[in-house]
Design a binder for this molecule. Sequence first.
Ligand SMILES: *Cc1c(COP(=O)(O)O)cnc(C)c1O
Length: 390
Amino acid sequence: MQQTVLRPDRWQRIREFAKDKATPFVVIDLDTIRQRYRDMADAFPYAGIYYAVKANPDAAIIRCLDELGASFDIASVYELRKLLSLGISPARMSYGNTIKKSADIEFAHQQGITLFASDCESDIRNLAKYAPGSQVYIRVLTEGSETADWPLSRKFGCQADMAIELILLAQELGLEPHGISFHVGSQQRDIATWDAAIAKVRFIFDRLAESGISLEMINMGGGMPANYAPRQHDLAAYGTAIRRFLDEDFGDAVPQVLIEPGRSLVGEAGVLVSEVVQVSRKSQDALDRWVYLDVGLFGGMIETLGEAIKYPLAWDREGEGVEDVIIAGPTCDSLDIMYQDHRYALPDTLQEGDRLYWLSTGAYTTSYSSIEFNGFPPLQSYVIGEEGDL
Ligand SMILES: *Cc1c(COP(=O)(O)O)cnc(C)c1O
């Protein structure tokens, strides 16, 4: 079965590398990340790129993006420590998690972080106390959860009115009001959701200007897509449309723009290699064939929850006939079924020991895999392409 996500030479190199290794594991090709970073920079020449570390915190990926000139969006002191240990300057980090302990704020401040996201009064008060004088940006709620394959919207952010109050409070408490952020939902298929979000930011900028506060920055979060089984626009289409929305709302006074891509930078660089453990039917004449793999929701494929993300799939076995199957993981939890509504058509000769290759699994797989559920180890990850010659 042909894959269409990766350049053929890179796909070949991954297959070659994977050949004699025990499954399951992910192979990350840094050359694909380099290409995606360049595509992103070309599509968004007007934006600073802050890689969302949570998508894949592998040290080799951080180093690679550091060399390319990226900045970083961090969500915890653990990510902060890791980046510091890799020699990344705190000046190139933004603390983007609105949920944080005061001890963590204090630690981040001591380490030199000066840019923080917030979305509520108690956090603003903690920032003023434990990270005095810092730059803050307020995250607002946005629409778009119906068209995002992995929505993020409800948990984070506040209404526009509250964002205005928080900026005023920040100013009063000696913080430096810097801007507004949003995240329209991960793997956002509808580019128009940025239009509504940017219009909301413009409204907030205007209201604050009336109070004599001029904000400088708009952080448009992530949400740009990776290439999965359903179709989506390419990054250039996102960059061009979003530029137009910015121009329409801000004219020639477009503020400093940041983006925080995660999935769209590293997703396509990963191939998760799995093996068929068992193929079965629930009765002699049952219609459905079940295919059980050595990887499942707890081993790195958590984003198949609700069949939200549909990864492109490839396999080795040649053959004419295919049959729709149900695909499930190896653990003793009935939640551990990846796809039963969406049917992948696999060779009808598929057997125990056959390999299935899940494409575009570089984001939110290793970083989500569980520790020792049913004794399964966390998902193994290998990185190739360090020399950067493909
Ligand atoms: C998860 C997250 C991102 C990355 O989102 P993607 O859709 O993977 O690009 C960016 N910013 C924040 C604040 C996040 O929580």
